[in-house]
Ligand binder design. Structure first.
Ligand code: ZN
Length: 142
């Protein structure tokens, strides 16, 4: 993607206009799941819809055969049934960092990745794209 616009120093991709919205119910479900998994990482599949770059998350799925520890969380993607409503994954960072690790980016699944950092409060969820750039996250009412 680098050099797409031919301008040195320009961001490789502009995701500043993109928004991830999440229902209050899904957000609360993520937070309590991560608290329950602490001090290990928790991982969930995000269900929702995508439209022109914007993603709306409205459901959660516990992935089959997931394995988690204090510094990793993963599952074999091949065990997940093909479902177009899977928009990404969310996992927790008990270490307290919200940044995706290199492993996270290498194992990117879907369109977006949410990371929840300890102590898993309402403001501890961050959205990222596959390039490791942050995307705006809003809580949808209703
Ligand atoms: Zn991670």
């Amino acid at each position: 993607m680098a050099g797409l616009f031919g301008l040195g120093g320009r961001k490789k991709r502009d995701d500043s206009g993109r928004v991830v919205s999440i229902t209050r119910e899904a957000r609360d479900g993520i937070l309590s799941f991560c608290k329950m998994k602490h001090p290990n990482e928790g991982i969930l599949v995000l269900k929702g819809r995508a439209r022109r770059g914007d993603v709306a998350v409205d459901g959660l799925v516990i992935p089959p055969f997931s394995e988690t520890g204090p510094t990793f969380a993963g599952f074999p993607h091949s065990f997940l049934p093909l479902d177009m409503s899977y928009v990404g994954i969310v996992h927790s960072h008990p270490s307290g960092s919200a940044r995706p690790s290199l492993t996270d980016l290498n194992n990117f699944f879907g369109l977006i990745s949410l990371i929840v950092k300890a102590p898993y409060g309402e403001g501890d969820i961050y959205a990222w794209n596959s390039g490791g750039d942050r995307i705006r996250l809003v809580v949808a009412d209703g």
